[in-house]
Write a protein of this length. Structure first.
Length: 243
């Protein structure tokens, strides 16, 4: 379990840093994509999941319920933001994507509203059918975003090979795609295991290990996509110069 918390800790630290940087960037540029992806990173990661995790670790029922409610709201905002980002950046001219995004967003909203109706937000974190609804939509949002980013990387890589695109930009799409794919895969493993066993994800140590490992990969990809070290950027640029 110590290793589990290492993976989660790295993911939370990176996601918090990247998410806050993107929201701050959006405040300066007034652009929607930066704001949406920043909210998605924060909501799905350190704020939403972090608050709900914290709710399960404290003994005060009132405080735990408050944290669980805030976490549920943050997770919903994060998934909404991710879906909207995918649609706005990649498929805003597609009628099918517009309808699908709307339906998935309604599903997230319905799942959020159903939680207090069934008793409490804290109890809902261990309600397998209910939590699986949002988790499945989250997997769809992350998988969609990953596929779009990797498709962009394929196109940009080909252009970069003949000097018509920046290899650093191309690599950022790849790293963001890898990050989203790792996060989506980790979520998918948890959903499948939870539905198969009837147990909540946080009650299965093996799934926590899986989620932690996928989170670590997602954190590395996110860091290289949004806050790449200078040495890494120079290495990518040097590859272009020698090509």
């Amino acid at each position: 379990m110590a290793l589990v918390w290492v993976g989660f800790g790295v993911f939370f630290a990176v996601a918090l840093t990247v998410g806050l940087r993107l929201v701050a960037l959006a405040a300066r540029t007034r652009r929607a994509p930066e704001l949406l992806i920043g909210l998605a990173v924060l909501g799905i990661g350190p704020v939403g999941f972090g608050l709900q995790t914290g709710a399960g670790l404290i003994d005060d029922p009132t405080a735990a319920e408050t944290l669980a409610a805030a976490g549920a709201a943050a997770l919903a905002v994060g998934v909404w933001a991710k879906l909207t980002f995918n649609w706005l950046v990649y498929r805003r001219d597609s009628r099918i994507a517009t309808i699908a995004t709307g339906l998935l967003a309604i599903g997230v909203g319905a799942q959020l509203l159903a939680q207090p109706m069934l008793g409490s937000f804290l109890a809902a974190t261990r309600n397998v059918p209910l939590s699986s609804v949002r988790n499945v939509i989250q997997v769809i949002a992350l998988g969609w975003g990953a596929s779009e980013a990797i498709a962009y990387w394929v196109r940009l890589r080909k252009r970069a090979q003949i000097g018509l695109a920046d290899p650093v930009l191309a690599n950022r799409f790849l790293m963001w795609g890898v990050s989203a794919a790792a996060a989506g895969l980790g979520s998918a493993v948890g959903v499948v295991a939870s539905l198969a066993t009837g147990a909540a994800i946080q009650e299965m140590p093996a799934i926590l290990v899986s989620s932690s490992a996928h989170g670590l990969v997602a954190a590395i990809g996110m860091w290289l996509a949004f806050v790449p070290p200078r040495a890494y950027v120079d290495w990518l640029a040097a590859g272009r110069a020698t090509a």
